[in-house]
Every structure is written in C-alpha cells, then in structure tokens.
Design a protein around this ligand. Structure first.
Ligand code: GLN
Length: 267
C-alpha cells in the first residue's frame, strides 16, 4: 500500500511537471505581457550613444542608441534586451544568433556590409583627433611622428591604418583617453560625438578636425544577413524617429548627460 501511494504521488508529480512545462513552452509573453523580446547587442563604452548609468532607459544601459532600441521594441510590442559585449564581437554574435540586432554607433562600411545587413542610417559622424590643449597637431598628417591611440575595431583604427601611421589600440575609449590625459600618448582618433563627450568630461583636452582626411560616416543598426522582417521593423521606427525630430532631440539631450549622472535623476 505504501509503495502504491509512493508510485501514485510520483505519477501525479510527473503529470503536474508536464503541465507546467507545456505552459512555459506555449507562452511567448514576457512578464509584463509583451510578445517576446528583441535582443540588442551593444558595447556600452561609447557615450553619448551607449553607456552604463545608475538608471538607464533599458536597465542600467543609457544613451541615444538605447532609447532607439527601446522604441523599436515598443513599436513591435516587444521587450528590449541588451547584451553588452566588446565592439569587435558584435558581428560574430549576430551571425551565431546570440543577438538579433547590433546597435552601437556602428558606421556602415563596405567591409561590414559583406557580413551583415544595415538599417537606414540615423546619425552622421566623422573621425576627429583628441589632443592636449597645448598640442601642435592641426591636421591628420601632423600625427605622422606622434604617439597615436585608437580603439580596437573602430573605424578610427581603419583610418589611421590607411594613413600608414604606427598606433597603439585599446579596448575601451576611457582607457585611450586616460593615456592621453596622463601624457602617455599624443592623440586619440575617435568618432566626433564621443570625442565631444570626452573633452567635456576631462579638462585640458581639445578636438582637432581634418575634414579632407576623414570622410563622413553614417551610423546604422545591423541585423543578420537576410533578416528582412526585423530590418523592416527597425527601419519603420528609425524613419519615424527621424521624421518627428526624436533622434535630434535625443542627441541634444544626451550630449549633456555624463556617464555617472543619469538623465532622469539629475535633470
Ligand atoms: N563608429 C565607430 C565604428 O563603427 C565606433 C563605434 C563604436 O565604438 N561603438 O567603428
């Protein structure tokens, strides 16, 4: 009798478990009732586009790109999830399905276009040089015999490589800036809006532009090649946010926010 009860309870438990698992498998809704999620990959080291803050628009992630990602998800009744990784890993992560889209102030380049599909562009940028206020660097060719620092895998690295100058690369923009602040290098080549932020946040630095040497760049969101459904959804939101001035508004807002003080708390 005792044995029978034990068997019975095991059967009941197994049946209950099966029901529970079926319920989980069938449900694609998230806890707040949304229909699934979009996994965005980024490298949250690139203010004002993405950075970690005490209170960001998506969890601890804040910035122009994060606000765009949130809007794309919302427009499709989905939840935006962020996978923070090295910039260099983003295209691989798209390819192996770890993320659905990469949003990371990513410049559209022919080389990247061979690997992924890009959305409509949403931001114009260019490479600039950050130097100490006292520096005599006034154009790109003045960097020839200087200690140049770039960030690994960024278009800034491609530009310096093309010029044929020796350089050192760092994984993070903040590390590159510290080298400059501490006098260990003479110049950092990086995207314009991010350079503006670093110069605002660190004393004694200035920006030098060379518009003949550095071409215009455009940022877009990348998806896995052939993922037309998601690309269409992304493009719809980008177009809307460009047309109604939302992206310009975000650019202005985040130009003033620093890494540690989040938009909502201090403004
Ligand atoms: N725009 C640059 C690039 O695409 C840098 C992007 C980034 O660091 N997030 O390489």
């Amino acid at each position: 009798m005792k044995k029978f009860t034990k068997i019975l309870s095991t059967v009941v438990a197994a049946a209950l478990m099966a029901v529970t698992f079926t319920a989980c498998g069938d449900s694609s809704s998230t806890s707040d009732g949304k229909k699934g999620s979009i996994k965005f990959g980024t490298n949250a080291e690139f203010p004002p586009f993405e950075f970690v803050a005490s209170k960001g628009v998506i969890g601890e992630f804040d910035g122009i790109d994060m606000a765009i990602a949130k809007q794309i998800a919302e427009d499709n009744d989905k939840e935006a999830k962020i996978e923070n990784m090295e910039f260099d890993s983003l295209l691989v992560a798209l390819d192996n399905g770890k993320i659905d889209a990469a949003i990371a102030g990513m410049t559209v380049t022919d080389e990247r276009k061979e690997k992924v599909d890009f959305s409509e562009t949403y931001y114009n940028a260019k490479q600039v040089m950050i130097v100490k206020e006292s520096s005599d660097i006034a154009k790109a060719s003045d960097m020839a015999d200087k200690k140049i620092v770039v960030i690994q895998g960024y278009t800034g690295e491609t530009c310096v490589k093309k010029l044929g100058y020796a350089y050192q690369s760092f994984k993070k923009g903040t590390e590159a800036i510290m080298e400059l602040v501490n006098g260990k290098c003479d110049v950092v080549v990086i995207d314009s809006a991010t350079a503006d932020k670093y110069v605002k946040d660190n004393e004694g630095l200035k920006i030098v532009e060379d518009n003949t040497e550095f071409e215009n760049e455009e940022y877009a969101i990348a998806v896995k090649k052939g993922n037309k459904e998601l690309l269409d959804q992304i493009n719809k939101t980008i177009k809307k946010m460009k047309d109604d001035g939302k992206i310009s508004e975000l650019s202005a807002k985040y130009a003033d926010v620093t890494d540690t003080d989040s938009s909502s708390e201090s403004k």
